[in-house]
Design a binder for this molecule. Structure first.
Ligand code: ZN
Length: 263
């Protein structure tokens, strides 16, 4: 989708962006898609792997029945990621950790691109393609390169599986609670590139809203969360977020409106 004009930024959002200390950002698949990460949702050939629909091969049941098949699928996905890079949205968000004194980044994405962009602390609600977890002792290990990866747990020798939240599984202990506490405490909440359909992540902007935070959505289109947001900046995150950071550096001259591109 092409956006011919940049979205205008309200005075209220501008003031919040320049003055807030406690900021929470929630990112979803839209941010990764701008780097070329396939989402595997919405059908098409990419939604089927070796005859198994995406939801089946990515399920807890198949981990129990056919772990090698699951690994084949996740190794394939990691290989795809190997050549992809963070986009301007990831890069802008990485700068925000030094701009705001209490900054929390929460993502539904499992591709590790926030880390690659330099974000130091990321609450990964759905785990990471770059970690394995022991099926017995739950020890976690980073995968440092696409291949080879360990097949067995260095601690106990039992098999390892992707440290990713699969269909039919619950979120990692503590991750959502930590994100929810930050949402309840923030002054400004950004919801970026999420469909607003996957709970409990979609509940975080609601928590922030109820607690009195200013909630801003950045998305090419409206979502079920748009109604509760104070502001909707329609557009691609990689184009919209740099406008916000520019607001900061232009604070003495801006009138609160970002100039519409004329060329
Ligand atoms: Zn183990």
């Amino acid at each position: 989708m092409q956006f011919e004009t940049e979205p205008s930024i309200s005075d209220k959002l501008r003031r919040r962006f320049l003055n807030s200390k406690r900021v929470l950002v929630l990112t979803g698949a839209g941010v990764s898609a701008e780097s070329g990460v396939p989402t595997f949702r919405g059908g098409g050939n990419s939604a089927v792997w070796k005859g198994m629909p995406f939801e089946v091969i990515s399920s807890a049941q198949v981990v129990e029945q056919d772990l090698p098949a699951v690994w084949e699928w996740f190794d394939y996905r990691r290989d795809l990621l190997q050549v992809l890079n963070p986009n301007p949205a990831h890069n802008e968000i990485a700068t925000w950790q030094d701009r705001f004194s209490e900054f929390t980044l929460v993502t539904q994405n499992i591709d590790g691109l926030h880390h690659k962009a330099g974000s130091r602390e990321v609450i990964e609600l759905h785990g990471s393609l770059w970690r394995v977890r022991c099926v017995s002792c739950y020890a976690r290990f980073e995968i440092l390169s696409s291949r080879p990866r360990a097949d067995a747990c260095p601690d106990c020798g039992d098999p390892v599986r992707p440290d990713v939240v699969l269909f039919g599984e619950i979120l990692p202990a503590g991750a959502f609670e930590q994100a929810a506490a930050a949402a309840a405490n923030c002054e400004l909440c950004f919801v970026i590139g999420t469909s607003g359909l996957v709970y409990p992540a979609a509940g975080l902007p609601e928590i922030a809203h109820v607690a009195g935070a200013f909630v801003c959505e950045v998305n090419p289109e409206k979502t079920p969360l748009s109604a509760l947001c104070d502001e909707l900046l329609m557009g691609r995150a990689g184009e919209v977020l740099p406008l916000l950071s520019r607001l900061g550096s232009d604070s003495r001259t801006t009138t609160g409106r970002v100039a519409t591109r004329t060329s």
